[in-house]
Write a protein that binds this ligand. Sequence first.
Ligand SMILES: *[C@@H]1O[C@H](CO)[C@@H](O)[C@H](O)[C@H]1NC(C)=O
Length: 264
Amino acid sequence: MRRKLFHAPSCMARLLLLVVVVTVWLSSTAASSSIYFDYEDVSARVNEPVELTCGVEGHFRYCAWLTERGNAFQVEDVHAGLHPGMRAPSNLTHNQCGIVVDALTEIFLGKWTCHVYLTGTTLIAEKTVGKALDCPASFTQIGTECYYIHHENTVTWENAREICKSLNSRADLAVMDDCHQLQLVWHKIHIEYPDTWYWIGGRDRNLEGSWYWVTDEAVDMGIPFWYPARPEGKGECIVLEAFYGYFDDYPCSWNGYFVCQILY
Ligand SMILES: *[C@@H]1O[C@H](CO)[C@@H](O)[C@H](O)[C@H]1NC(C)=O
């Protein structure tokens, strides 16, 4: 179920370090126009409708959505009913370039990119459409995985791990080896529970600078995962810093919140 993916744009953004831009409605300005886009990935069950929202402030000429597989849908045509199985959203406020896919099928899975064509420039934003997972009790889907974010009391790394396993036999502390997933989890934590840190499932197993996930995979070092110049020898367990969204090394005996994931 777990796949390593590298989605360039959100991960490239991590390379432009510490640019914390996480309001739900992000706007990127180009000339005097901005795109309204909720970068959250969307998921739905097969045959359920999927709404792709995308809006623009300012004058635009036309807009289109492109799929990862190379299909292009001009929004004007979708709204005019020229693409069977697609329609205009019921609310077009800040969503003039939005479309609704009536029934999710395999061909609609993957990355969708909204292109807003203006005079002299084009605004682009993208999100991924995925299948909804049946996450077990306490766990919720973020991106393509099921997570549980514990924010009730703080515990040591080992205790956090035990709690994850007690919640579900297929769970453990979260393995954040996919930049896109890290970005999505961090986005949620940053909005809902900022200004603290969370244990995740990596540690310096032999206390000699060899970092491993609970799944025995080696932890990727450096950017885009770690805060610059970390680990710095503070501790042997990995935390996700809620404010910056990067890894740091803390003593495993410290008490913190934590993130569990269905891994097995
Ligand atoms: C339509 O969307 C706008 C912007 O997202 C929102 O402020 C407004 O309340 C919505 N209107 C309705 C009728 O749902």
